[in-house]
Design a binder for this molecule. Structure first.
Ligand code: SAM
Ligand code: SF4
Length: 336
């Protein structure tokens, strides 16, 4: 008889975990200054979970009550044969939301197939509308290509297209009003993310570059009156959303420094190497790849390891504002 497993994942603090962010590659065609060093050493390919292993991980989680999976990276859409994985995950019973975070570079080609495979929503990173500045911030990115990707996503009819922007003082904080006008003109959403001290970067001093959500709200408030949206309805995760009376666009703020949201954390992450990470701001983790590649592998064994891991999910993260890299792993390993 097969083993009975819980149909929901609950941690020690009685939080239900029903959301997994799956990093499907640590590689990327960009090198954003806040995310990666200019010269990166990527994980050897054999250490990255195969597409079949990723499918097993996703199946184990959904059988344990996970309802939402976000594909991320690195850049998820540069993974070879990514669409085969998306197609498989789109058919997992119990999975209500398959979503993706991307830098947009491949969306002209892939927006429609992603939608057809069941991806519901897409988050696209865009930190500048100035081609030169965009190139500096991403080191390799082409702004026209990303904007065409955003428009392809809008045309593909996702339930929601959202822009993610990381604002750095002295780099792109002057572009906050333009980014808001950009989403308003397209009727899509925008979320500002406070830069987090993940990975050791030398390109700028994170302590000096941090732009808090409160500062951003103040800048936007000069042009638009922001109305906080109903927490229950709109507070899907750590972002606090605001509406504007004259636009369907919503503006969200993700504030890991200034507004702690850990008490309602419902998520875990799986790194490209298959490390189940219980908190973005802590190192508590379990090696799922060892289970997947172990001699006695079974889906049940994987599920048991995931259930047991709930006991080590930390209560909260502590990012200080001095910009110290408390966590040495870069964001591309973890997935945003
Ligand atoms: N490559 C995809 C992209 O850029 O959207 C997906 C992966 S990326 C790591 C996911 C998100 O994390 C992006 O919106 C990016 O801006 C954000 N991010 C990366 N490094 C960050 C950091 N140190 N602090 C805050 N956000 C970061
Ligand atoms: Fe690549 Fe995304 Fe990191 Fe930029 S933020 S370097 S696009 S993984």
């Amino acid at each position: 008889m097969s083993k009975q497993f819980p149909t929901v994942l609950i941690d020690r603090f009685q939080r239900r975990v029903d959301y997994v962010r799956l990093s499907i590659t640590d590689r990327c065609d960009f090198r954003c200054v806040y995310c990666m060093a200019e010269e990166m050493v990527f994980v050897p390919k054999r250490q990255v979970l195969t597409l079949e292993e990723l499918q097993q991980v996703a199946q184990a989680f959904t059988e344990l009550g996970v309802r939402k999976i976000r594909l991320t990276g690195g850049e998820p859409l540069i993974r070879t044969n990514v669409m085969g994985l998306v197609e498989d995950l789109g058919q997992l019973p119990g999975l209500e939301e398959l979503v993706i975070t991307t830098n947009g570079s491949q969306l002209q080609r892939l927006a429609v197939p992603l939608r057809q495979c069941g991806v519901k929503r897409v988050n696209i990173s865009l930190d500048s509308l100035n081609p030169r500045k965009f190139r500096h911030l991403t080191r390799h990115g082409n702004l026209d290509q990303v904007i065409a990707g955003i428009d392809a996503a809008i045309g593909a009819g996702f339930d929601r297209v959202k822009i993610n922007a990381v604002i750095l003082k002295g780099r792109n904080d002057d572009e906050v009003p333009e980014l808001v006008e950009f989403v308003r003109s397209r009727g899509i959403d925008l979320a500002f993310i406070e830069e987090m001290p993940l990975g050791n970067i030398v390109e700028h001093d994170r302590a000096l570059s941090l732009c808090t959500s409160a500062e951003l709200r103040e800048i936007i408030g000069r042009r638009h009156s922001l109305q906080a949206l109903d927490e229950q309805a709109e507070h899907a995760g750590p972002a606090r959303y605001y509406g504007m009376a004259d636009s369907p666009s919503r503006v969200g703020f993700i504030s890991p420094h200034s507004e702690n949201f850990c008490h309602q954390c419902n998520r875990v992450r799986v790194t490209a190497e298959g490390r189940l990470l219980l908190c973005l701001g802590n190192e508590h983790s379990v090696d799922l790849r060892a289970v997947l590649r172990g001699p006695d592998y079974s889906l049940d064994r994987l599920k048991q390891v995931i259930v047991d891991a709930m006991d080590i999910k930390p209560e909260r993260h502590y990012f200080d504002n001095r910009g110290e890299p408390e966590i040495l792993r870069f964001m591309n390993m973890t997935g945003g």
